[in-house]
Design a protein. Structure first.
Length: 257
């Protein structure tokens, strides 16, 4: 068992499923004390129990990253329990309405996506950075998307805008804190087997999604959450000590086309 996060305290938002869940579990396996944050208490407690049964150290804090009071509560519980913060994976995100063109999108959907995916990352970073500065530095990874780098033709403009924003925010914070021991990077996953992708992955009707995967992704498959998580852990770890302001694409070659 690797111990590269021994003695480190890490927050993972959106840790109740998918990529966040995999990152939380892998961090704990490698020695970190992990704060599992997410809105769904039952799933959050399941992840925490899974980590503890395997001998890891974890705490669940019910969190809605779109609400400042909730983010503040997350950091307060983290410091109360563990006394410090070394790593954070700001992963919580929502897809919004798909298959609606830019002119058809509604205020309510736009605000929900931006408040969670972009403002939520910013608010988390505000509190995380403040705590990391107290302990001499740390590492933050924000979950963007390959759609933070390119446009989309399937009616998800709020999501695409939010993820482009996450990359801009990441790069700016990386520059601001580069001399203060805090590294800030983004991960840009391609299509991954998560809850958000479930409707498309389970679509047996006409096989159009499978055809899209074959045509669009050079590796001809979607990623497993564990594959994305390994890249997140590398960015969080000391192995990436000279990497900051990076938007790391992990997408099976999708954007290279």
């Amino acid at each position: 068992m690797s111990h590269r996060f021994e003695g480190k305290v890490a927050i993972v938002t959106g840790a109740t499923s998918g990529i966040g869940r995999s990152v939380a579990i892998q961090l704990a396996e490698q020695g970190a004390k992990v704060v599992v944050a997410g809105r769904r208490r039952d799933k959050g407690e399941q992840v925490t129990s899974h980590i503890r049964r395997a001998g890891g150290n974890a705490l669940y804090v019910c969190t809605d990253v779109s609400q400042r009071a909730s983010v503040e509560n997350l950091l307060m519980h983290t410091i109360q329990e563990y006394g410090r913060l070394d790593c954070a994976f700001n992963n919580a995100g929502i897809p919004g309405d798909a298959f609606m063109s830019t002119a058809e999108q509604r205020d309510q959907a736009w605000d929900a996506v931006i408040n969670t995916n972009l403002k939520g990352v910013w608010m988390c970073m505000q509190y995380e950075i403040a705590e990391m500065l107290k302990c001499g530095g740390g590492s933050i990874v924000n979950n963007a998307s390959y759609l933070g780098l390119v446009g989309a033709e399937f009616g998800v403009s709020p999501y695409v805008a939010s993820k482009h924003g996450v990359i801009g925010l990441t790069r700016t914070a990386a520059l601001e804190y580069a001399t203060q021991g805090i590294r800030v990077n983004a991960i840009c996953p391609g299509m991954t087997r998560t809850e958000m992708m479930k409707p498309a992955l389970e679509e047996p009707q006409d096989g159009s999604f499978a055809a899209f995967v074959d045509a669009a992704i050079p590796m001809r498959r979607v990623a497993e959450p564990e594959e994305i998580a390994r890249s997140v852990l590398w960015l969080l770890s000391g192995e990436a000590s000279y990497v900051t302001g990076e938007a790391l694409v992990v997408d099976g070659g999708l954007v290279a086309r």
